[in-house]
Ligand binder design. Structure first.
Ligand code: DGJ
Length: 729
């Protein structure tokens, strides 16, 4: 496993337990080509795939067709302007205004473990879990060195990639595009799988055939977004949940991104991912470097299940950090849908009192506790407790909550500023805006210009003061609008194109600082629901609010799309009131609990106002959470059926690592007339072990459950859910 270099053939081979990734240097000029990514190979002698023996040959042997070579060669990190007309991975503009560049191989280094990426979130690992290859390329005309980093993990079928660009010349140049990963493959007629959505409808899966030309998903909203997701997978035409080829990329970044596939005239596919080039322009002075974020690449020959397993394993072991990395999270009750802005200490304490009796472990006070914030029209930035609502301040409220045996958590939206706020009146230039142009409001708020040190310092000072003022054990960090009017009052003209990325770096720096000062804090990221659910944020917070839509049926597609990549332990999921506040649907309380069990689990309702019948079910749900959460959090996740595809029912499973137990969750969305039972095949069990459903006598062998399956009786009514707990017999 790890990385090997065949010096004679000039071929690098990266191996994970079941995959190989091969790249090589050809010709005396040193073109870096992508040779192979797929099922593990014993040897690296597959350089014939570069087709350098076929016309138009390599340039040194046939300079007449140099352009044809460039436009056809499977480049590992393509540049533009000299003859490859496919999309480049990197673009620059020199002081003279030239944009052509060409990267040629120079050197390499193989390292144990994985170096951190300065200022950026990234996966991590030590010498026992990964090996890193650095390939150094240069453009001596521009004066640019590009280091391509590849890490092969030994405990997950994952290769990560990132790029660092250094100005080695004597003059500044502008980096106008820098993708983090790109490779060329032969086209086997792929489908493209991506995740799309909207507010309250995040990460719905979309699969469509890949055609000629460029197809991409992207965001230039300043965050990863509700609308598109920094993920792309190419699937073989016949790939299913369990079988077939999948090539996937996921971006460890929380800002603008582009993920794309381009099918060329020669039926090759270029798959790439990186920071969206729209509005991106980074000035690099001599000796300065730019570190691009990381892309996680997965190849699976076991369909989507194989891909999901690789992502989940990597993120659980090598991305999520801190106190709660492997810990059960407290069951929380959040007052947002219970009260919206209409609350005070008395109301919060009455919710907490009732909740504590039912076994709920933490009260989270949402939006509306600071400044004059009685609606979403004002006060963002004024992070001072509103003592009219909370007499005695936070310390009184938190102490009272703690006396009930509950923890206390708080909501903040640190990146924002309301035009109607003390902060804006004092510092109107702290908002992102183009001077002279009225900036576009969204939810009647602006975004703070976090590229400015004084703004970051103010925001951090407020966060830190609030967190020190009482025993606050959880923060919900929200972000309720996307970026527009990209302009900073502070940055010089030729650095305005750096604002989007500087903004994201500042968010990371703030969260990093907060987690270093308050290491025991449980941080949940959120962005108007799930608009910043990405691996970048997971590096700082072990859980992210999945969506503002907590309707149990809407959540099926949202959670399916989210769990396609991210472990169940990361998905913020709550039981909310009915009729549901987003779609008006009424679902059984039990079903809401069972669907929320697939995530972090909590409540989003006024426990003093719901019916006694529902309230009485909470202790049972609390017990259910405590019984199954270790399995849900740590087990291997499998998708058994998808409501988004069959429009009838949804079904997923988690299996413990030692395969001694499994939990199957089945949600019957619509009942059907004249229909008795449904056959269901389990996955991931030990074929040689024997299992029974807890509370039942029948014993099944693992192979029976996986190949013959069980029969699930139809349930009476729509929106019904069932849990089946399989234990070793
Ligand atoms: C959006 C979040 O997703 C909600 O849960 C809530 O915190 C509101 N913001 C508060 O403004």
């Amino acid at each position: 496993m790890g990385v090997t270099y065949d010096e004679k053939e000039r071929i690098f081979k990266l191996d994970t337990p079941n995959t190989s990734y091969i790249l090589g240097v050809v010709d005396e000029e040193g073109f870096l080509g992508h040779i192979y990514y797929g099922k593990k190979l014993k040897n690296s002698n597959v350089s014939y795939l570069l087709r350098t023996q076929e016309p138009p040959f390599v340039p040194s042997k046939n300079n007449r067709e140099r352009c044809s070579f460039y436009d056809r060669f499977p480049f590992e990190y393509p540049t533009g302007g000299v003859g490859d007309y496919r999309e480049s991975a990197i673009s620059i503009r020199t002081q003279k205004g030239h944009v052509a560049s060409q990267l040629l191989y120079k050197d390499y280094e193989i390292m144990d473990g994985k170096p951190a990426l300065e200022g950026l979130p990234a996966t991590f690992g030590d010498k026992d879990s990964c090996t890193t290859l650095k390939v150094i390329c240069e453009d001596s005309i521009v004066g640019m060195q590009v280091e391509l980093f590849y890490t092969a993990f030994s405990d997950a079928d994952v290769i990560t990639r990132s790029v660092r660009v250094t100005n080695t010349g004597k003059e500044a140049f502008y980096l106008t595009k820098v993708f983090s990963a790109s490779f060329d493959m032969d086209n086997e007629e792929y489908d493209m799988l991506s995740l799309h959505g909207s507010w309250a409808r995040e990460r719905h899966m979309q699969r469509k055939p890949l055609g000629y030309g460029i197809q991409n998903v992207s965001s230039f909203r300043g965050e990863s977004s509700h609308q598109d997701h920094p993920f792309l997978a190419l699937l073989g035409k016949h790939t299913t949940q369990e079988t077939g080829d999948v090539y996937a990329m996921n971006f460890v970044y929380s800002g603008n991104f582009r993920a794309q596939a381009e099918v060329s005239q020669f039926d090759s596919v270029r798959m790439s991912m990186g920071i969206h080039p729209e509005n991106f322009c980074w000035k690099l002075e001599p000796q300065e470097s730019f570190q691009a974020p990381e892309v996680v690449c997965v190849y699976s020959d076991k369909g989507l299940d194989g891909m999901t397993t690789a992502f989940h394993h990597l993120y659980k072991k090598h991305l999520i950090r801190g106190e709660y990395k492997d810990k059960k999270r407290p069951i929380l009750i959040n007052n947002w849908e219970a009260t919206y802005f209409d609350f005070d200490t008395g109301k919060l304490l009455s919710i907490a009192k009732e909740a504590s009796k039912l076994g709920i472990e933490m009260l989270v006070m949402d939006d509306g506790w600071f400044g004059k914030r009685n609606s979403d029209n004002c006060a963002l930035g004024d992070w001072f407790v509103n003592e009219e609502k909370l007499p005695g301040g936070l310390s009184y409220l938190v102490d009272e909550v703690n006396k009930l045996g509950m923890k206390f958590g708080i909501w903040m939206e640190p990146e924002m500023i309301s035009p109607d706020s003390e902060l804006y009146r004092a510092h109107p230039d702290w908002a992102i805006a183009v001077p002279g142009r009225t900036a576009t409001e969204s939810r009647q708020q602006y975004v703070l210009d976090l590229s400015r040190k004084e703004v970051i310092d103010y925001v951090y000072e407020r966060i830190s003061a609030i967190l020190k003022s009482a025993n606050i054990e959880y923060v919900k960090w929200d972000m309720n609008r996307q970026l527009t009017d990209i302009g900073s009052y502070d940055l010089p003209a030729d650095r305005q194109g750096e604002l989007y990325h500087r903004y994201v770096l500042a968010v990371y720096a703030l969260q990093d600082r907060m987690m270093k000062e308050f290491p025991k804090l449980l941080l949940e990221n959120c962005s108007g629901g799930g608009a910043r659910f990405d691996p970048g944020m997971l590096y700082y917070s072990p859980q992210i609010w999945c969506s503002d839509d907590a309707d149990a049926i809407e959540r099926l597609e949202i959670q399916e799309g989210t769990a396609l990549i991210y472990p169940l332990s990361t998905m913020g999921a709550h039981v909310s009131d009915c009729p549901n506040h987003t779609v008006g649907r009424v679902t059984p309380f039990e079903t809401r609990g069972i669907v929320a069990l697939a995530g972090t689990f909590g409540y989003e309702l006024d426990v003093t106002k719901i019916s006694k019948e529902d309230r009485d079910k909470i202790p049972e749900q609390v017990a259910m959470y405590h019984k199954y959460n270790d399995l849900v959090r740590q087990g291997d996740y499998y998708r058994l059926a998808s409501y988004s595809q069959n429009h009838k029912f949804d079904c997923w499973e988690v299996v413990s690592e030692d395969k001694t137990e499994a939990l199957v969750t089945f949600v019957q969305v619509m009942n059907r007339a004249n229909f008795k039972s449904r056959r269901l095949l389990l996955k991931g069990l030990d074929a040689d072990k024997y299992y029974k459903i807890e509370g039942e006598a029948t014993v099944y062998s693992g192979d029976t459950l996986m190949h013959a399956g069980i029969l699930l009786q139809n349930m009476w009514g729509d929106f019904q859910a069932k849990l089946l707990h399989f234990v070793e017999a």
